[in-house]
Design a protein around this ligand. Structure first.
Ligand code: MN
Length: 255
């Protein structure tokens, strides 16, 4: 008898209608039984937000395809804890329209969905496609997602870890294992005046600049390679923890 196909949960932060999500789900159907649970609209830069102060509504669009009026993290929770008949063997988030590199990972709803899968004990990865002007085709990224999904299903990731994948716009020269890079620019705010004379502000109007040091996710993308960065959820800075312990830091609260 044939093994049943492993259940795979797919989400994104660009919304359920995004082409990258559809291409990803279609490709992963070769690997497992795919369920799409995705935000009903764009949720980019929603980070790891949970919706706690209003009810969530789920719209079953067809078999195995659900939209949610919430965040990517909401979608993962609903999927794993309620909607899916079987616990997924894999969570895949993407294919995001635009890279998620370096410090920007912390804003990303795409990566946060993979964080949430990991928190709930399911192996997870996020995948993003570089976009330079014209609309990308997500075909190469989808093929990469299939290879990586097969790999992770055979060689499980250690608990508490996930993978962040970025795919360059042009056909990749190969794949590089990378570390999270650093952004070097100062966040910009654009200030304008609206037709009624009031100020308004727009965040992030300035293109990012990156530390180009070798081994970083940014360097891999710039040089035309797929970037594969292992991440973990533990934000502790261990060298500083040790420094503080050795410094004798002793902050006494008055009785
Ligand atoms: Mn996005």
């Amino acid at each position: 008898m044939q093994e049943p196909l492993p259940p795979i949960l797919v989400t994104n932060d660009d919304g359920i209608a995004a082409p990258g999500l559809q291409v990803l789900a279609q490709a992963l159907a070769a690997v497992g039984k795919v369920t799409i649970i995705a935000p009903d609209r764009e949720q980019s830069a929603s980070s790891h937000a949970l919706t706690l102060h209003r009810p969530l509504r789920v719209n079953r669009q067809r078999d195995g395809v659900y939209s949610v009026d919430g965040t990517p993290t909401d979608c993962i929770n609903l999927g794993i804890l309620n909607l899916l008949a079987h616990r997924p063997r894999l969570v895949v988030s993407g294919i995001n329209r635009g890279v998620n590199l370096g410090d920007d990972i912390t804003y990303s709803g795409t990566v946060a969905a993979a964080f949430e899968g990991t928190l709930l004990g399911v192996p997870s990865f996020a995948i993003s496609q570089q976009v330079n002007g014209e609309d990308p085709d997500f075909f190469v990224a989808a093929r990469f997602a299939v290879l990586l999904a097969r790999w992770i299903l055979q060689v499980p990731l250690p608990a508490g870890t996930l993978l962040n994948v970025n795919v360059p716009q042009r056909k990749p020269h190969g794949t590089r294992l990378t570390r999270q890079g650093r952004r070097t620019y100062h966040q910009g705010v654009v200030e304008r005046t609206d037709p009624s004379g009031r100020q308004y502000y727009w965040l992030g109007g300035i293109p990012p600049e990156w530390d180009e040091s070798p081994g970083s996710d940014f360097a891999a993308i710039r040089e035309g390679f797929v970037s594969l960065t292992p991440l973990h959820l533990d934000l502790t800075h261990y060298p500083l923890l040790q420094d503080l312990q050795e410094s004798g830091l002793n902050l006494h609260l008055e009785d």
